[in-house]
Design a protein around this ligand. Sequence first.
Ligand code: ASP
Length: 272
Amino acid sequence: MATKVPLPRRTFLATAAAACVVRGHSAASPTVGVSPSILVSGGAMMRGARFAPSVEDVMRAHFGSVRQLALVLHATHSSERDAMEARLRAAFRELGVPTVQSLHRRDEPGAVALLRAADGIFIGGGETFVLLAELQRTGQLALIRERAVAGVPCGGSSAGANVIGRRIGTTNDFPVTEVASRDALGLLPVTINPHHPASTQEADFRVRAGKIRGYLRFNPGERVLALGDAAVVRLHAGTARLAAGQGWVYEAGRDRELVAGVPVPELVETTG
Ligand code: ASP
C-alpha cells in the first residue's frame, strides 16, 4: 500500500466553481455553492435505441428533469452521427426528455447557442482524440465546463466519460489525431479508463489492471477511475457513487473496487 502524502484537501468542484466566477463567465450565471451533477459511464450502455435496463434508473435520476438536451457527438464518425442522434433521442425520450438536439446539425455559433440554452449535456462515445480535438478547436471545452460547473447536468459515455476527467491518459483509443493538450473538462478529479474488463474476465482484467498500474508508475500524481461496460458513476449533491456495473479506483501503489451505493470521496475531493 502506498502512503498518502497529506497535502491540503479542498473540494475540487467548489474550487472549479469559484474559478469559473473569478474568470467572469456570465452566460451560465455560475453560482458558488451550486453542486455540479456529473455522470460517467464505461460505455456499452445502450440496447438498440434504449438504455440498458441496469442503467435506466440512474439515467432517469440524472437527466429526467432535463427539457432540452444537447448531444455532443464529435467522437462518432461524421457518417454515423445522424443515426447516433436518432438512437439517443429515442432513448432519452423514454426517460422523459422532450427535446434532444445534436451539435453536429449546427454551425459553430449555433452549437454555442445550443450549449448555452440546453439544460442538460450528454457526450457520446467513439474516438476520444477526435472528440477532445474538436472540443478544443471550437472552444466548447471551456463552455461545457462552465455550464456543468454552473449546475447543468452533464454526462458522458466511454470517450465522453474520458473527457469528463482531468486529462486523457488511460483511454483505450489510438491517438488518431493531434490534440493541443491532453487536458480535458476536469469535472471529476481523475483520469478515466472505460470498457474495463469485468473481474470475471480474469486474463483481460489482469492485462488492463497492469496497464493502468504502469501508467500510474509514470504519473503517480494521477488517480484513475476505471469503469466496466454499462457501469455508471454519478456525482450529485456533493456525493459520488457507483450506480451500476463495476468500477475501480486506481492510485499509485494501490487500487480498490467500488461498492455500489457507497460514497467515493476520491471523486469529490482532491489533494491537487
Ligand atoms: N473508444 C472508446 C469508446 O468511446 C473509448 C475508450 O475505450 O477509451 O467507446
